[in-house]
Structures are given as structure tokens and as C-alpha cells.
Write a protein that binds this ligand. Structure first.
Ligand code: GUN
Length: 292
């Protein structure tokens, strides 16, 4: 069984990014600059944004965090902050961390981001370009998954890939990428979701399973065929009194029983998560170089 070590791969990619940043600066250019907007104090969001800021430091990027702790800020205020970032020439790309408070229309906020600076790849312009196979910012989690498949030399062409989950951030975009004409595409893709009948019948046919439904330990050994490749996108915090924080991360896959049956599998933590952060850096580098 091959362990698809996202943490190790993310560190390798960060080294490569750092070399590129060093070269830009040696050439008299400026360091890439990523900004993030965070509203409120949701534990998960604070952790994710913290990882992103730290990763920027590691590769020599500049980062700016706009943290509005008060969750009662208005939609109008937030739209104005986005507008300022759109117009700020020093900032190459930025993200608005989700979820946003309920009284703010997240779709409206994402639509207001300049697609050229939308390094999360959430704007409909970027989603549309990605869907058509045009150069675009691909959202970080799906992008990270394709990097894992590419760097570990996992064959996807002609394989049956079953995606479990249809979120706009993961399930939907990864299903489009896996079926597209690219080095990590050309798969036959089935998208399953909460209304799918006979889910187990589907997953048992899969050469590659991407579990992105957000239900801890949902995928069990009896649901996969021998020799499958399993990508676990789940990151649910479950209570664990033995840890300092009082919680630990659980994936969507029952790892201990599934792993022995697999050709290759991503662990949680240390699989897709670190690759998501590094993908955001790769998108920001593209923004800096005006590659799109
Ligand atoms: N919330 C959960 N994942 C993400 C992500 O990749 N980007 C943003 N902006 N918010 C998120």
C-alpha cells in the first residue's frame, strides 16, 4: 500500500515555490502578496487561515490578514473591503474565508472579487473557465488532489473515479477535472451524493474514490474493491479528551480497515489538507506572474 503523503509533498512543493520567489526577488521583482479576509472566530477557520499565513512566511510571500472579529459587520462593509483589495495594486491575490455569518450573502461577496485576484478559484468566471478546460485558478482542494495524483504517478486515464459529495468547493470541481482532458483526467466519473441509491454498489466499482461528504469514517472496507486508490477529503473535528485541544481530525474514510485493501490512500491529517494550502500558494504565484 502506498501512503500518499500530502504533508511531505506539500513541503517539497513549498521548497520549489520558495526557489521561484527567491529568483523573482533576485531579478529585482517584489514578493508575491496574498491577503485573507476572516470574519468572526470560528475555530476551524482560524486554524485554516493560520496555516495559510504560516505557509506564506515559509515560502517568502507577504501576507495580510484582515480579521474582523465582530460577526455583526454588514454585508456592505465587507463588499467595500473586497473592493479595496480589488483595487490594491500591492496585493496579487486574496481569499474570503468561508463560512461567512448568515446575514451576509456569501455568493454576492464571492461575485464581487476580481476574477484575476480570485486565488481560491470560487468566482463563477474561474469555475466556468475550469469547466471549459481553459487556464484558470482551480480551487485549492481539487487542485491539491490533482497534484497528489500527478506527483505519485497515479494513472487516471480510463479509470472509473467515484466522487462522493457534490459541494461547489470539492465534489463538483474535482469531478469536472477528473473527466477533463489532462494528465490527471480522462477518467470516467460518477458523482454520488445524499440522494444516490445503492452507494455501495457504486463505490465497489471504483478504481479511484474521492470521499468528500464530511461524515467521519463513512467509507468502510466493505465499500471498496481490492487495489482501489482512496482520496480522503474529510476533516471533521471530533471530541478527544486525550489531546491538548480536546479534539482531533477525522477523515471520511475508516482508515485502519480501508488502507490494507488499497493500492494507495491519503491519511487524515497529513493528506489532502496540506496540499490545499500549497495550492493556494501556487495560485498566488500564478497571479503574481500574471499567468492567467
Ligand atoms: N472554507 C473551507 N475551505 C475553504 C477554502 O478553501 N477557501 C475559503 N476561502 N474558505 C474555505
Amino acid at each position: 500500500m502506498i501512503l500518499l503523503d500530502g504533508k511531505k509533498l506539500a513541503n517539497e512543493l513549498k521548497q520549489e515555490i520558495k526557489q521561484k520567489v527567491d529568483a523573482i526577488i533576485a531579478d529585482g521583482g517584489k514578493a508575491p502578496h496574498l491577503a485573507a479576509i476572516l470574519v468572526g472566530n470560528d475555530g476551524g477557520s482560524l486554524t485554516y487561515v493560520g496555516h495559510k499565513v504560516k505557509a506564506c512566511e515559509q515560502v517568502g510571500f507577504k501576507s495580510t490578514l484582515l480579521h474582523f472579529e465582530d460577526t455583526s459587520i454588514s454585508e456592505e462593509f465587507l463588499l467595500n473591503e473586497v473592493s479595496k483589495l480589488n483595487g490594491n495594486k500591492d496585493i496579487d491575490g486574496f481569499i474570503v474565508q468561508l463560512p461567512l455569518p448568515k446575514h451576509i450573502n456569501a455568493d454576492k461577496v464571492l461575485l464581487s472579487i476580481d476574477p484575476q485576484k480570485d486565488v481560491d478559484g470560487f468566482h463563477p468566471v474561474n469555475v466556468g473557465k475550469m469547466t471549459l478546460g481553459l487556464p484558470s485558478y482551480v480551487s485549492a482542494t481539487p487542485y491539491g488532489i490533482t497534484k497528489i495524483l500527478e506527483r505519485y504517478g497515479i494513472e487516471t486515464s480510463g479509470k472509473h473515479c467515484v466522487v462522493v459529495g457534490r459541494s461547489n468547493i470539492v465534489g463538483r470541481p474535482i469531478s469536472i477535472l477528473m473527466s477533463g482532458q489532462s494528465a490527471t483526467g480522462n477518467a470516467t466519473v460518477t458523482v454520488c451524493h445524499s440522494k444516490t441509491k445503492n452507494l455501495k454498489e457504486m463505490t465497489l466499482q471504483a478504481d479511484i474514490i474521492i470521499a468528500a461528504l464530511g461524515k467521519p469514517e463513512f467509507l468502510t472496507a466493505d465499500m471498496i474493491k481490492e487495489g482501489a486508490v482512496v482520496i480522503d477529503v474529510g476533516t471533521t473535528r471530533v471530541t478527544d479528551t486525550t489531546t491538548k485541544s480536546g479534539w482531533r481530525l477525522k477523515g471520511d474514510v475508516k482508515y485502519d480497515e480501508v488502507a490494507p485493501k488499497c493500492h494507495a490512500i491519503t491519511p487524515v491529517p497529513g493528506g489532502v489538507g496540506p496540499m490545499t494550502v500549497v495550492s493556494l500558494l501556487l495560485n498566488t504565484l500564478k497571479a503574481t506572474n500574471n499567468e492567467l
